[in-house]
Design a protein around this ligand. Structure first.
Ligand code: AMP
Ligand code: ZN
Length: 466
């Protein structure tokens, strides 16, 4: 079965074939560690995880690099504003290195909670300054860059084609652009490779152009080349990277090595909240902790990500995330039920499900379709440990830690309720024992007001957080 992946560069789904045998070399643009990563960012890393797992399920081995940007990412991708790290350091009254270490730790803790596989190589920008300097010097030697009072700029007019990833029409954009263009730039779309540090910039290094620091785009190109060579298989990021960051990575690589670095460029669409943009000013840049406070586990968020194809927008609401939490609980229960049954299923049936699942995954990571097969197996009327085994096989791609279903269910049962709620539940139990239905209903309404839903089942009272 062939794995087909969409390539932003060719705007087509293509059969996947690595440049070297069964080894796949991938570069993923990682986080800028100046703040907590939000669930939008994590959609990008869930996609990265699915890609890794799908490649492995197809028998490939991986050499995967992800960067940690701890310097050089300015507030705007178009070289404007302050360095995000320095700005956060000032705001929190800390050293930028401290800020980077703090948010990097939390980022990897959250990646672990999402059961996202860690790429083989994690490359921190500030550990690679020498490689970056070498890269920018090569671009200068090749005649693709020039110096201004602000730094070293890439001259896009030296390229045959710019842009190549996006459909942008530069002439039209330039005509409609703002007027405050940097007079020293040869072309409006020239971009900074290396930035001369203002006096108060803490992170800076010696260079032929004085104390300075690398630009964000250059960091990814230099680290990608160091670990994966001049040409590798896949480059990933969010759709916001297409018009500037990745376009500029391609330009630089052509200036340095003469090649477009990756054969395939894959981009994940944005997560929206309540059908709109996520933004700090709207107060809707939720973290995994914010979700957890409302009873939504990180893994339920991962399952929620599978409700849309990675190339379509996904709309987050607490209501739909709650449904994903319930679905995850049901999936765990179904897995456990299957695992307790010794009934035999025909091998042919198992093989057919397997094939259908991989067909969906291999069709450009169609996870909504793949989940349809997962549910067919989970909800199968016939219970069998062969189905449980099959679900674990699917989980190699899903990464939902289904093998730990029992543990997760027990953990959830132990979730402590606030004392006030426990008291109300006790009072309601008494009221029901005394057949005081009016009092029982009143307490149920009070619990609802406080955000707890009561359901009376044959096994007793069931409490769910809204
Ligand atoms: P940053 O740390 O800002 O460089 O972003 C890390 C990753 O998250 C990048 O790949 C972005 O493209 C991606 N990203 C940022 N916001 C969203 C969003 N709302 N939905 C999906 N991906 C996002
Ligand atoms: Zn990057």
């Amino acid at each position: 079965m062939t794995l087909r992946l969409y390539n932003t560069l060719t705007r087509k789904k293509e059969d996947f074939k690595p440049l070297q045998g069964k080894k796949v070399r991938i570069y993923s643009c990682g986080p800028t560690v100046y703040s907590y990563a939000h669930i939008g960012n994590f959609r990008a890393y869930v996609f990265m995880d699915t890609l890794r797992r799908a490649l492995k399920a197809n028998g490939y081995t991986l050499k995967h690099v992800m960067n940690i940007t701890d310097v050089g990412h300015l507030e705007s991708d178009g070289d404007e504003g302050e360095d995000k790290m320095e700005k956060a350091a000032k705001k929190e009254n800390k050293d930028p290195y401290e800020i980077a270490a703090f948010y990097t730790d939390i980022f990897f803790r959250d990646m672990g909670r999402l059961n996202i596989e860690k790429p083989e190589i994690i490359a921190k920008a500030t550990d690679h300054i020498a490689d970056m300097l070498e890269y920018v010097k090569k671009i200068m030697e090749n005649g693709y860059a020039y110096e201004t009072s602000k730094g070293i700029y890439f001259d896009i007019s030296k390229l045959d084609h710019y842009p190549v990833l996006s459909n942008r029409n530069l002439e039209e954009q330039i005509a409609g652009a703002r007027v405050d263009v940097d007079e020293e730039k040869r072309n409006p779309y020239d971009f900074a490779l290396w930035i001369k540090a203002p006096k108060n910039h803490i992170m800076k290094w010696d260079s032929p152009w004085g104390l300075s620091y690398p630009g964000w785009h250059l960091e990814c190109s230099a680290m990608g080349r160091k670990y994966l060579g001049d040409e590798f298989d896949i480059h990933t990021g969010g759709v916001d990277h297409i018009p500037t960051h990745h376009e500029n990575e391609i330009a630089q690589s052509k200036g340095c090595t003469g090649h477009i670095p990756a054969k395939r460029w894959m981009h994940v669409e944005f997560l929206q909240v309540n059908s709109g943009k996520m933004s700090k000013s709207l107060g809707n840049t939720y973290t995994l902790d914010n979700l957890q406070e409302k009873g939504i586990e990180p893994l339920a968020y991962k399952l929620f990500c599978y409700t849309a194809h990675y190339r379509t927008k996904l709309n987050f609401t607490f209501e739909s995330a709650n449904s994903s939490q319930k679905a995850l609980n049901r999936l765990r229960e179904s897995y456990l039920l299957h695992s307790q049954s010794k009934e035999k299923v025909e091998d042919k049936i198992i093989a057919e499900y397997k094939e259908k699942f991989m067909e969906a995954v291999n069709d450009d990571l169609n996870m909504p379709l793949a989940m349809g097969i997962v549910w067919e197996v989970a909800r199968n009327k016939q219970k069998s440990e062969q189905f449980a085994k099959l679900l674990l096989e699917f989980d190699q791609v899903l990464g939902l830690a289904l093998d730990k279903s029992q543990e997760y269910i027990e953990k959830q049962e132990k979730v402590e309720l606030p004392e006030e709620i426990v008291t109300l539940i006790e009072q309601r139990k008494k009221a029901r024992e005394n057949k005081n239905w009016a009092e029982s209903d009143r307490i149920r309404d009070e619990l609802k007001e406080k955000g707890y839903l009561v359901k009376d089942t044959k096994d007793g009272m069931n409490i769910e957080k809204e």
